[in-house]
Design a protein around this ligand. Sequence first.
Ligand SMILES: NC(=O)c1ccc[n+]([C@@H]2O[C@H](COP(=O)([O-])OP(=O)(O)OC[C@H]3O[C@@H](n4cnc5c(N)ncnc54)[C@H](O)[C@@H]3O)[C@@H](O)[C@H]2O)c1
Length: 269
Amino acid sequence: MSQFCSLTNKVALVTGAASGIGFACAEAFYRAGANVLLTDIDSAAVQRAADSLSGGAGRALALQQDVGDEAGWPLAVNCAVEQLGGLDILVNNAGIYIGGALLSNSREQLQRLNTINVESVFMGMRAAAAVMQPGGAAGRGGSIINLSSVAGLIGVPGHSAYGSTKGAVRLYSKHAAVEFARFGYGIRVNSVHPGVIDTPMGAQVFDDLVEIGMAPDRDSAKVIITEMIPQARLGSVSDIANMVLFLAADESQYITGQEFVVDGGASAA
Ligand SMILES: NC(=O)c1ccc[n+]([C@@H]2O[C@H](COP(=O)([O-])OP(=O)(O)OC[C@H]3O[C@@H](n4cnc5c(N)ncnc54)[C@H](O)[C@@H]3O)[C@@H](O)[C@H]2O)c1
């Protein structure tokens, strides 16, 4: 019996895969039968993450990569093609969060956010699509999933600089999706928009709420945020990985240029 969302014979590259949402996606892909290249700026952590995956049908490889470094992108993509046999899936997951009230943000903070959260998505889509397209070194088409955020859809106090980069990721995904479909590349592009997820980055959001004076301490911030979520809990990394797995698999082959919110209903309330 074939498994729903099987990734057998597919090769995936996941950035920021040493921890959090990125590792959960890499693990889900590996369990679904894919060969997975896990990349991260933290070389020791990403090696540990890849080594922790065992018993699957595919392989898990680690590579150090700073997604803001242009020269690293062709190296990462070529590593997937040459060592794992192609490239069918790219998850542009690595990202950073810098919060703070708009009046306290610096231009340097915005530039850093843009490099890691937006330019990386451009460079990743460009490098991956070049090999995924017909005639490319992999040449089988593919699926690109870009991690945006609920803060890329709606306004949130203390999130303006970060949210502006995630809004850019949302629309970059749609433009790339339409262009790649019209040009006959066979490459889909979608964005995923998590609410507050229980990761180190999620914890930064609590601290930020305290810093802008909307909560007295981290525990109260957590209560305030949880009360804003209709399902009354933070998201887990597997909540996001399940959505990303579906978008990576052929079961979603007629879906491109779309945005998928995974937030326990927070942005619907
Ligand atoms: N956690 C949340 O609440 C939340 C909500 C919405 C969106 N997101 C988005 O989901 C993605 C993953 O978030 P997370 O919570 O797992 O984050 P995290 O901070 O827990 O993990 C991020 C990973 O990316 C790596 N990384 C950081 N900078 C990098 C760089 N320049 N190059 C390569 N790797 C780098 C880190 O080493 C880490 O392993 C991000 O794009 C984030 O913006 C997260």
